[in-house]
Design a binder for this molecule. Sequence first.
Ligand code: UFG
Length: 323
Amino acid sequence: MILITGGAGYVGSHCVKELLSRGRDVVVFDSLDQGVREAVLSEDFVEGDLLRVEDLQRAFDRYEIDSVMHFAALASVGDSMRNPQRYYENNVIGTLNLLNAMREHGVKRLIFSSSAAVYGDPDLVPIPEDHRKLPKNPYGRTKWMMEQAMADYSQAYGVRYIALRYFNAAGCDPEGQLGENHDPEEHLIPIVLDVALGRRDEITIFGTDYDTPDGTCIRDYVHVNDLAVAHVLALDALGAGAESTAYNLGIGNGYSVREVIESCRRVTGIDIAVGEGERRPGDPAVLVADPTRAMRELRWQPHFTDLDEIVETAWRQRRSTVH
Ligand code: UFG
């Protein structure tokens, strides 16, 4: 059985759906602090917090767990700059508790949600996995610290892991069953779509003076379903004996903040109001993946390579939440 921490969250719930569609046995572990109960698609569910060791104990005692996918974490760059304590507690202490519980119970396979935020401002774009790691914000630091801790646990205790460094997770379940809900919501596409829905007055672009063609930040948006498939491939690779490693997950193409807003205008047919503001502290100018290793070694092939198609899936789901 696969333990899915954060299986009620955005990427975790999409991954649970993918695993269930392939007939895998999963149990979701989630505190429901960020996650939502309705997004738990598995029958097996433990409501628990990684910061309470006894909750983890309960999950490991109750189920025959042979591998773990660890999504449970706080994941907003801006929020991490304002509330670093929450990020270090949840993302670092929570992950260490999980690693220790795995060790105690002899569970030796782990897929870890890492992030492009581990790189900081890249020297080289597209970014390869062996690029220098110099995260610019507490969120990225927590992810890089945990990659290092996993490497140490891996060599000392034989836990094998694959860290998947997502670039910008985007879009939703094309069937509309699952969505993206963060609290606070700080991610670009959901905010822009909320402007289209009249839930916000405008989208503020954080910084228009970056050294990029239109002055706004460039990101590599990768569909959450493609991320989910990569997790399954990574777990199967560990099952087949793969060594511990990390992979970039992005499509290898960058879009600026203005291009994302344009895409949202095209998809929604609504003229979205835009304001221009200061740079957001902690934001690198450009983050674009070199995903060739994941494509070659995991045989991962992202299905969604067009930004409008990605936005379309997010829009379909988000507009359905208007009552
Ligand atoms: N942005 C705005 N206005 C907004 C919100 C965002 O201009 O209201 C800009 C940001 O400044 C950034 C871009 O839109 O340039 C995307 O911002 P997101 O907050 O949607 O995502 P990030 O680029 O901050 O994503 C980063 C890392 C990911 C990581 C993610 C965690 O690149 O690897 O944080 O949430 F997973």
